[in-house]
Ligand binder design. Structure first.
Ligand code: UD1
Length: 336
């Protein structure tokens, strides 16, 4: 594999941070994004922060002809595929939209890759494929059961990718199962841009700390955890970004695929997150325990040892850095 990488969804939260890491590692990166959940100024910000120019194609992966044309033009050596929707609640309310974007879009991309003979894929999967995990820490051989349409789209695409690998021996995919991405670029100039009320905990807590919302609603205080609130594995988005650089190197050097968890191996409860954010921001953060959110597990944290063994990668930033960077980004958003 050579140097040119197409990053679908490269203007999104994880995609934009990964694009910076790729540019800094010397890759020639082209972004393809339909900007359905991102802003048009993000590619310029990526160029400024990385010190390298990034090209950008506006592309909706649901459009098969346009996807084919884009891949013919870009001729990437590898593709990192972030371009998908990620809200569980939205996927239950509008499953067709999720199947169209996450399944049809991915199949169109895979087809276009096959057309141009591009054989290296890094696929954004999620810990959501473990459903309610049987045990923690979760290793990659744990049972898979998706419990909502979003999860099913991820699991189906993992399976499609495996089938393509079987039928085309030259095709290799790194399937990366993310735990809970959080935090922001340490410049404070790039981070998550939730539209409306954030679904995820860390951006919601940041908005409460900033005084934009009155309190955090803690979804359930009666889970089987030490303080009764849900435990998750929060991983810094820049650690996650770096793992993609390692995954590309793995595909290039080993010429084989892999499926790995990307997490830290440490779990924190909702209350621990609120406390850590309060320390990082120096603000009081009001919260109230409310009903459970349907579909939430008691605890979900990774066994990250396979990623360390295969990729030589492990997360290096802890919870305090996640909160400090998320807070710096929140302040930046309010001042600009
Ligand atoms: C969620 C998705 C998961 C997806 C991931 C992507 C669900 C059920 N799961 O993971 O499929 O891959 O986002 O980022 O939506 N919480 C609160 N109050 C809030 C928000 C969250 O108490 O306002 C709690 C949740 O109950 C959970 C923890 O905080 O215990 C983390 O929640 P969240 O950030 O939404 O992530 P997940 O649910 O783990």
């Amino acid at each position: 594999m050579n140097n040119r990488i197409l990053v679908t969804g490269g203007a999104g939260y994880i995609g934009s941070h990964t694009t910076i890491a790729l540019l800094q590692a010397g890759y020639d990166v082209v972004i393809a994004d339909n900007f359905s959940n991102s802003e048009r100024w993000i590619p310029d910000r990526i160029s400024t922060l990385s010190g390298h120019v990034v090209q950008c194609h506006e592309l909706d992966l649901r459009n098969h002809a346009a996807t084919l044309e884009c891949l013919h033009q870009v001729r990437p050596d590898g593709v990192i595929h972030f371009g998908a929707l990620k809200s569980v609640g939205e996927s239950i309310a509008n499953p067709l939209h999720y199947y169209q974007n996450n399944v049809t879009g991915t199949l169109n991309l895979l087809d276009a890759m096959q057309h141009i003979g591009c054989n290296n894929l890094v696929f954004s999967s999620s810990a959501t494929v473990y459903g309610y995990p049987d045990r923690c820490p979760i290793s990659e051989d744990a049972a898979l059961h998706a419990i909502n349409p979003y999860g099913r789209t991820k699991l189906m695409m993992e399976q499609a990718i495996e089938d393509i690998g079987t039928s085309s021996p030259g095709f290799h995919a790194a399937v990366l199962r993310y735990f809970n991405p959080a935090g922001a670029h340490d410049s404070g100039q790039l981070g998550e841009l939730p539209r409306g009320a954030p679904n995820n905990l860390v951006p919601f807590v940041a908005q409460v700390a900033a005084g934009l919302r009155p309190e955090v609603k803690v979804f359930g205080g009666d889970y089987k955890t030490p303080d009764g609130t849900g435990i998750r594995d929060y991983i810094h988005v820049m650690d996650l970004a770096q793992a993609h650089v390692h995954a590309l190197e793995y595909l290039r050097d080993r010429k084989q695929g892999l499926v790995v968890n990307l997490g830290t191996g440490s779990g924190y409860s909702v209350i621990e997150i609120i406390d850590a954010f309060s320390r990082a921001s120096g603000r009081q953060i009001a919260y109230q325990i409310t009903d459970r959110r349907p579909g939430d597990a008691d605890a979900c944290y990774a066994d990250p040892s396979l990623a360390e063994k295969l990729l030589g990668w492990r997360a290096s930033r802890g919870l305090d850095t996640i909160c400090a960077d998320a807070w710096r980004w929140q302040i930046h958003l309010q001042q600009n």
